[in-house]
Design a binder for this molecule. Sequence first.
Ligand SMILES: *Cc1c(COP(=O)(O)O)cnc(C)c1O
Length: 360
Amino acid sequence: MARIFNFSAGPAVLPEPVLAQAAEEMLEWGGSGMSVMEMSHRGKAFIGIHARAEADLRELLAIPKNYKVLFLQGGAAAQFALIPMNILGDKKSADYVYTGQWSKKAISEAKKFCAVNIAASSEDQNFSYAPAQAAWKLDPNAAYVHYTSNETIGGVEFNWIPEVGNVPLVADASSHILSRPLDVSKFGLIYAGAQKNVGPAGLTIVIVREDLLGRAMATTPEVFNYKIQAEADSMINTPPTYAVYIAGLVFAWLKQQGGLAAMEKTNVAKAKLVYDYLDQSEFYQSPVAKNDRSRMNVPFRLKNEKLDDAFLKGAQAAGLVELKGHRSVGGMRASIYNAMPMAGVQALVDYMRDFEKKQG
Ligand SMILES: *Cc1c(COP(=O)(O)O)cnc(C)c1O
């Protein structure tokens, strides 16, 4: 067996100790005589796994008591519609910050349910920065303010939490949740698909302030009704049991690493290694404004794009995979989530230096 360095944006690399533990427990979990995949979600064993996962997530993010944690399905993309369905209430519009491909999708889905006010946008500079707070035009009557706190494709990360007054702040944190501490109390709702920084695809995390529950449109499906799911511990129907189990192992691993403050330190060091290399190079280039560069998703370009294919081929041969940028933007992208070790980032930078020497 040879594991390689996987820079995929998602589904993405998982911590090796988590995979090893899952392998060890594949045939039998905790003396139960069966795999977690084979367990009833109503049984004591799985209810314990589910409760432990939630408790560890609450501890990691210091989630206040007046927030519910939901383990749902449908991906972050389902939330694009479920957020207006669940929290518009009697309001007619919502504010959205338009910073790239993912906020674009959130906006187009929300338009099916309400008027969308674009409170700020970075379209003028090809989505290469996070619009400053002073440029936001917020509507005090909006049902909520939605932003994408880390744009996975463009590699733009908000390293500050917007101030939006009394209007609930909603964040799509899919690609950087758990990469740094976060003051949950500043938000009405935070959501994330698991397959970037949490676990396997199939699980979606929603952290929602209790006062936002109970406003759902009558047409909201029960399995997607936040209040009904909150009252049923996210088990109105069969939850994605194995994905919850693996996410739980990841949460336990994060605690062992020292929690989110320690993860942040490592993530800062990893990101610095790549960006410092990009900035001193005449051969590569980062398209994102320095202050707003994502620690998780690092897009970069070769100044001579004719060398793109050779770069990717050589990387593959060196055991560095999934470096091709998203089809909508081209170039390269290295996703360096929590589970990507420093050694992987170092190997990438070493390869980039070698390639530059040979070709540059
Ligand atoms: C990946 C991603 C999504 C979509 O997630 P799915 O689970 O595929 O629905 C949405 N928003 C962001 C920021 C993402 O990175």
